[in-house]
Design a protein around this ligand. Structure first.
Ligand SMILES: Nc1ncnc2c1ncn2[C@@H]1O[C@H](COP(=O)(O)OP(=O)(O)OP(=O)(O)O)[C@@H](O)[C@H]1O
Ligand SMILES: [Mg+2]
Length: 243
């Protein structure tokens, strides 16, 4: 973790929801520093995806602010946020199934076509399989390969911050593990990562810090490994084998 003082991303008392008058995020606050890998865990329906979508301009924020390097980005459009250096890999429908791997990666770089070759090299180093199979249609990839492609597509824009929504969901244990290893590798190249995960234990093992989200509020935060040992987190999210 390289931290030069001020946080890179701040959520300050954010309220957001899909229907006017019905908030899903209820005063959610968190801070993510440059170079950190931050995990967000919590029960189904806690608002984890909503938090990432609100940060990425896809769910309207009614109160509170999001800032990126001190600049207000609240309710900014997603395409503008991409230009500001935020990459988002949604929980579902995160590749174009009828397009090839290469075409998907081109779509990822559509705002910076000149950088395409250079980014392809960086992304190819992280995910060599994708380059070997670049003409394969994304719709024919396995779940794990598809998740890799979705991450690779987001990385084509050379983001400062990558938002990942449940990258390991629906994958076999071996593939889940690969996703966590890749996420850590991406983070080590200098990309700040905010990762929502249903595999709470594995997520807390690899992240620098974790937040537990409950009913749209960040209930508590600590170092990933400290949360793994927190009796309340064990009881609620990790089961009895958490210790
Ligand atoms: N498009 C939508 N319109 C209305 N309500 C929505 C929409 N998407 C999500 N919600 C509601 O917002 C709440 C939080 O959903 P969200 O998807 O953020 O939870 P989550 O923590 O990501 O859950 P999971 O672990 O199941 O992915 C839920 O009550 C859900 O029904
Ligand atoms: Mg979700």
């Amino acid at each position: 973790m390289t931290d030069n003082g001020d946080p890179l991303i701040v959520a300050d008392d954010v309220y957001a929801g899909y229907i006017p008058g019905v908030t899903i995020l209820n005063g959610c606050s968190l801070e993510v520093h440059q170079g950190e890998l931050v995990g967000i865990i919590g029960p189904n329906g806690a608002g984890k995806s909503t938090l990432l979508k609100a940060l990425f301009g896809l769910v309207p924020v009614s109160e509170g602010t999001f800032t990126l390097a001190g600049e207000d980005i609240t309710n900014m459009r997603a395409d503008q946020l991409v230009k500001q250096g935020i990459g988002f890999v949604p929980q579902t429908n995160n590749v174009f199934p009828t397009l090839s791997i290469e075409e998907n990666l081109e779509m990822g770089a559509y705002q910076r076509p000149k950088a395409f070759r250079e980014r392809m090299e960086v992304v190819g180093d992280l995910f060599p399989v994708l380059i070997e199979r670049k003409s394969q249609r994304a719709g024919s990839l396995s779940g794990g390969e598809r998740q890799m492609l979705a991450m690779a597509r987001a990385l084509m824009m050379d983001p400062k911050v990558l938002l990942l929504d449940e990258p390991s969901a629906g994958l076999s244990p071996a593939r889940q593990d690969e996703t966590f290893v890749r996420t850590r590798e991406i983070n080590r190249t200098g990309v700040t990562v905010i990762m929502v995960e249903q595999n709470a234990r594995r997520c807390l093992q690899i992240c620098d810090r974790g937040y537990v989200l409950d009913q749209g509020t960040a209930a508590y935060s600590a170092e990933g490994r400290a949360l793994l040992k927190d009796p309340k987190v064990i009881e609620l999210y990790l089961g009895t084998l958490g210790a």
